[in-house]
Design a protein around this ligand. Structure first.
Ligand code: NAP
Length: 313
């Protein structure tokens, strides 16, 4: 699919509009005191968007919900929306779609203001399985459409799943369709049958796994990169890493904020999870500083070039 939006390639468009869209996306009231900032007056956080290859806008920073279930899940999703998140990432396999849906209702926000992602799990792969799984997911979430639906892993009958998702997209039940955990060769394989190219590939990437192959491949394709576990789920001492701390000190930012700013400056959508409201707020406060080229080069040296989740292989 030729990736042109008003005559601009997506990446150019993103670069040109990331700041412009700051003015037009949602506004969340956030106490800067909680962020360790000097003023304790409430300030507005504006989350930039990326433009996906079908022209729809997606917040570049969202909220991950894996492991946040039941009453904790309800509370966290409601809190996340209340502090300003609009992109909410869930999946059938997380077993929390009902809690996410309840958290959305509790937040009181209009569903149309949200960008809700869910994913079809391996057990439901194939044409029929995916259609049924989609219906179950929206029912549990209490919504009548999804903003983004992803094939969670490249296993089983991917071709059948994709055909089902293309039909759901064309029927207006999903605003955008994509994949997760796909290698470049698996995306190339999809091109042999897909009528629609994936808008997103959600993959593991963080400072310890910078994806030297998938990152450049996706940057040069119409498929946007989305980072799962943008903090490596806290592994490998990320929140106390001295290199990140030294960089953060210059800008009065935490390791978490340096990590999220690094994703942002790489044009990567990130979906950090937190069960603590103070962390949710801290993680939003990344749009008022800029890592220098030297900082980016220093962070590049942290790459271990391998997954931090070998058990999920
Ligand atoms: N597609 C896939 O296969 C896939 C796989 C994994 C994950 N995901 C998605 O990606 C999302 C994020 O990944 P993740 O949940 O694995 O982990 P993550 O977002 O990388 O890290 C979460 C951890 O970071 C901590 N944390 C968050 N903000 C912090 C801060 N400011 N300071 C210190 N600690 C902080 C959290 O603890 P507190 O609760 O104490 O804040 C939690 O322990 C998931 O929730 C899910 O939606 C997708």
């Amino acid at each position: 699919m030729e990736n042109q939006i008003n005559g601009l390639k997506r990446r150019e468009f993103l670069k040109g509009t990331a700041k412009l869209t700051l003015a037009t996306v949602f506004i969340g009231p956030v106490s800067s005191k909680l962020l360790g900032a000097t003023s304790n007056t409430p300030k507005n956080i504006l989350i930039p968007t990326v433009t996906l290859n079908n022209g729809i806008l997606m917040p570049i920073l969202g909220f991950g919900t894996n492991t946040l279930k039941d009453s904790i899940g309800i509370q966290c999703v409601s809190d996340a929306i209340s502090v300003g998140y609009r992109l909410i990432d869930t999946a059938h396999i997380y077993g929390n779609e009902e809690a996410v849906g309840e958290g959305i209702i509790r937040s009181g926000i209009d569903r149309k203001e949200l960008f809700i992602t869910s994913k079809v799990w391996v057990d439901d792969s194939g044409y029929e399985g995916t259609k049924k799984a989609f219906e179950k997911s929206i029912k549990k979430l209490g919504v009548d459409y999804l903003d983004l639906y992803l094939i969670h892993r490249p296993r089983g009958d991917v071709k059948g799943s994709w055909q089902a998702m293309e039909e759901l997209y064309e029927a207006g039940k999903i605003r955008a369709i994509g994949v997760s955990n796909f290698l470049p060769e698996q995306l190339e394989q999809m091109k042999t049958y897909a009528k629609i190219e994936p808008v997103i590939n959600q993959i593991e990437t963080h400072v310890f796994f910078q994806e030297k192959i998938s990152y450049p491949y996706l940057k040069n394709s119409p498929t946007q990169i989305e980072a799962w576990s943008p903090f490596a789920a806290g592994r490998n001492g990320i929140f106390s890493n001295p290199t990140l701390a030294a960089i953060g000190k210059k800008y009065q930012k935490t390791n978490a904020q340096v990590c999220l700013r690094w994703h942002y400056q790489r044009d990567v959508v990130a979906i950090p999870r937190s069960s603590q409201k103070s962390h949710m707020i801290e993680n939003l406060n990344i749009f008022d500083f800029e890592l220098s080229e030297a900082d980016m080069n220093t962070i590049a040296t942290l790459d271990l070039n391998k997954t931090q989740f070998p058990e999920w292989g």
